[in-house]
Design a protein around this ligand. Structure first.
Ligand code: PEP
Length: 328
């Protein structure tokens, strides 16, 4: 429920009163006060009715991440990147950390192409339990060393609340993968620490489900969240691993202040279509791209089919930057 008060001061009085009545989840922007968990205005009888301009029963389910109470873009500052607003961020690296030398070499190429964030999984969410599951902590160590050597931010996936502390000892940015977008225990756990979180869209998630997942993180106190469209399940899996939902990008830019990035590697599923898919996402307003790279894609331990070579990445990033400059 949103109460529109006659002015900012009256709205702030409502917030103070609400706190004294132990009402939680109360947000204010200008003269608007949002109550995330109140459905009946009778619970708000303490408000001076003479100061109320309007009561709006419908409100965004995910209040903290909505522009309704935070119109300006969220900017996320890390050691080497500023994500959000008019900035355009490039994230690249191997799908999985394979060795110390390999992640360093891929990081070097990524940085030379303009990336500031070095991705790579050490805990891999694999469909088949017998597939390579990642190197675990050894991979985190190699990844950290590569990022520090190159002056890049490290980003890696965390799959379980039990791993948040360990992964947090190494990473700069937590990645929550598509399969865990609604792992609420995990969302709460990353919400209780203060490093930024990249939240990928669940492969069948609606916009409201995705924003509510982000709200889980914000509701625990961590608002350093970025969203990543990575393709949704569609009906043509013969030709498309996933379908990049390009149209969701402007929708999100309107609904939320969080940075919106895109992962064309997982959307396209094959290297040949990663560039076109990524450029379409940038044209639609994505504020950054994440690309998987490998110097020998056929030998990659995970998802080699969708890996770009470092040379292909350079060409994509140049075009992406040019498109971003036009559309921003
Ligand atoms: C990844 O980026 O390594 C990954 C597994 O992506 P997704 O969760 O989108 O499948």
């Amino acid at each position: 429920m949103i109460i529109v008060m006659k002015d900012k001061q009256a709205a702030q009085t409502v917030v103070t009163q609400a706190k004294s009545f132990q009402l939680n989840h109360v947000y204010r922007f200008e003269n608007r006060v949002g109550f995330a968990d109140i459905k009946n205005s009778a619970a708000l009888s303490f408000i001076n009715q003479d100061d109320v301009i309007e009561i709006i029963a419908e409100h965004p389910a995910a209040m903290q991440v909505s522009r309704t109470f935070h119109p300006n873009d969220t900017m996320i500052q890390t050691a080497h990147s500023q994500i959000g607003g008019d900035n355009f961020n490039l994230i690249a690296g191997p799908d999985a950390i394979e060795s110390a030398e390999h992640v360093l070499a891929m990081g070097k190429s990524a940085k030379a192409a303009g990336a500031t964030i070095l991705r790579g999984g050490s805990y891999k969410p694999r469909t088949n339990p017998y597939s390579f599951q990642g190197l675990g902590e050894q991979g985190l160590k190699w990844h950290r060393i590569a990022a520090d050597t190159l002056g890049m931010d490290m980003m890696t996936e965390v799959m379980s609340p039990a791993d948040v502390d360990l992964v947090g000892q190494y990473t700069d940015i937590f990645q929550i993968g598509t399969r865990n977008m609604q792992n609420f225990a995990l969302l709460k756990a990353v919400g209780q620490q203060d490093k930024p979180v990249l939240l990928k869209r669940g492969m069948s998630a609606t916009v409201d489900e995705w924003l509510s997942a982000a709200e889980y993180i914000a509701s625990e106190g961590n608002t350093q969240i970025m969203l990543m469209e990575r393709g949704i399940r569609s009906f043509d899996q013969k030709y498309l691993r996933n379908t990049m939902d390009v149209s969701v990008i402007p929708v999100l830019r309107e609904l939320t202040h969080l940075p919106i990035l895109a992962d064309p590697s997982h959307a396209a599923g094959v290297a040949e279509h990663v560039t076109a898919t990524g450029l379409a996402a940038v044209a639609a307003g994505a504020q950054g791209l994440m690309i998987e790279i490998h110097d020998q894609p056929t030998k990659a331990l995970v998802d080699g089919k969708q890996a770009l070579t470092p040379e292909q990445m350079v060409s994509l990033f140049e075009k992406a930057q040019a498109i971003h400059d036009i559309v921003r």
